[in-house]
Design a protein around this ligand. Structure first.
Ligand code: ACO
Length: 330
């Protein structure tokens, strides 16, 4: 068995400057600030500028992560971008980032696992290092879901925001880094959360655009039930994989989709909310970017410290879910 220890050795995040408040949304859809805060925990979200795309956000987060890891871009062997809102259908957004940061020695590809994407990328990237193929891997969760959000649809319009978070993966001292993981998917739930048109099944036509088929469509209640069930389950599986229990967790960094989903995951794990990292109030659901942004903020503010046991857990369209237990080592 390969005993190499792999973990996060640098972190960075970036959110666009433009803040969209719930009050602004009241002008665009039949909703209220009070309803959004009570039912989701979201107060405001960030929206990318017209000239900013997913790769721009990803590039800024990546540059900060490289600086944090004290590495040059040329030292990166692989870039994985997790996104549901790529710059284009192809090429991969990871290739655009590679060119932007001049990571001239890196391979690059995207991963599509919607809100679980960052954890899918983290776990995939770590395997390349464990296998001895690469030494340094840059994983990024980046989204501009504002481009796929119908601001007049009260089923989805209040939930999403834009942002990016990046992590540099490398070898860690023995006993530190990723201790256990869990990955899963249930394609039977694919219809619950989707952007129906713009792909090969429903290519873009005037009709698909008029029918708003290029925006996010979601069965919120079903996704909610799935999320409440799977968040605790996936974390417990990763803990078992790490030979740990929920009481060993110092901090839980969950996907930021809805404060009620986060609270129920904490309850399932028997954790007080003081041990749960929450920033959904500021950014809404930034999909693949939510976990690395929350993790970066918790580490930079001094909340998460070296030696802490950190659980990352997420769920998303697909349906997908993933979690990772780490011993923090920075
Ligand atoms: N503003 C005001 N009222 C609203 C709104 C709104 N935006 N939306 C619904 N309501 C009303 C409904 O009409 C209903 O009214 P009624 O009781 O008079 O009939 C009432 O509020 C309750 O509606 P529900 O749909 O049951 O609201 P719920 O509490 O389930 O919240 C929500 C809806 C926030 C969408 C929730 O279901 C949710 O968070 N689901 C999970 C979504 C999620 O996590 N998606 C991301 C997945 S990650 C990824 O891969 C992108």
């Amino acid at each position: 068995m390969n005993k190499k220890c792999v973990g996060i050795i640098g972190l960075g995040s970036y959110v666009p400057q433009r803040i969209m408040t719930n009050k602004e949304l009241e002008q665009r859809m039949d909703t209220s600030d009070q309803w959004i805060v009570e039912r989701t925990g979201i107060h405001e979200r960030r929206v990318a500028a017209e000239n900013e795309s997913t790769s721009d956000l990803a590039t800024k987060a990546a540059q900060k992560a490289l600086e944090d890891a004290k590495l040059s871009a040329a030292e990166i062997d692989l870039i994985i971008v997790a996104t549901a809102s790529p710059d284009m259908v192809f090429p991969a957004t990871a290739c655009v980032v590679q060119e932007n940061i001049k990571a001239v020695n890196a391979a690059a590809f995207d991963i599509s696992a919607v809100c679980s994407g960052f954890l899918y990328a983290l776990i995939t990237g770590s395997q390349f290092i464990k296998a001895g193929m690469y030494r340094k891997v840059l994983v990024i969760g980046a989204e501009t879901l504002s481009r796929f959000t119908d601001w007049s649809d009260r089923n989805t319009g209040m939930l999403f925001g834009d942002g990016a978070g990046a992590a540099v993966l490398g070898e860690t001292p023995e006993g530190y880094g990723i201790l256990g993981v869990d990955l899963g998917a249930d394609g039977g739930g694919a219809e619950l959360l989707k952007i129906p048109a713009g792909g090969s099944r429903h290519p873009a036509t005037n009709e698909t655009i008029l029918q708003k088929q290029h925006f996010i469509h979601m069965n919120g209640n079903e996704v909610f039930k799935f999320a409440v069930k799977v968040m605790g389950e996936t974390t417990l599986k990763a803990l078992k994989n790490a030979n740990l229990t929920a009481s060993d967790i110092t901090y839980l960094v969950p996907h930021q989709a809805n404060i009620r989903i986060i609270q129920s995951a904490a309850k399932r794990l028997g954790m007080p909310m003081e041990k749960v990292v929450v920033n959904i109030n500021k950014y809404g659901n930034t999909s693949a970017a939510s976990i690395p942004i929350a993790l970066d903020e918790a580490v930079k503010s001094g909340t998460i410290k070296s030696g802490d046991i950190v659980a990352l857990a997420g769920f998303g369209g697909g349906l997908t879910w993933a979690s990772s237990i780490m011993k923090w080592c920075k």
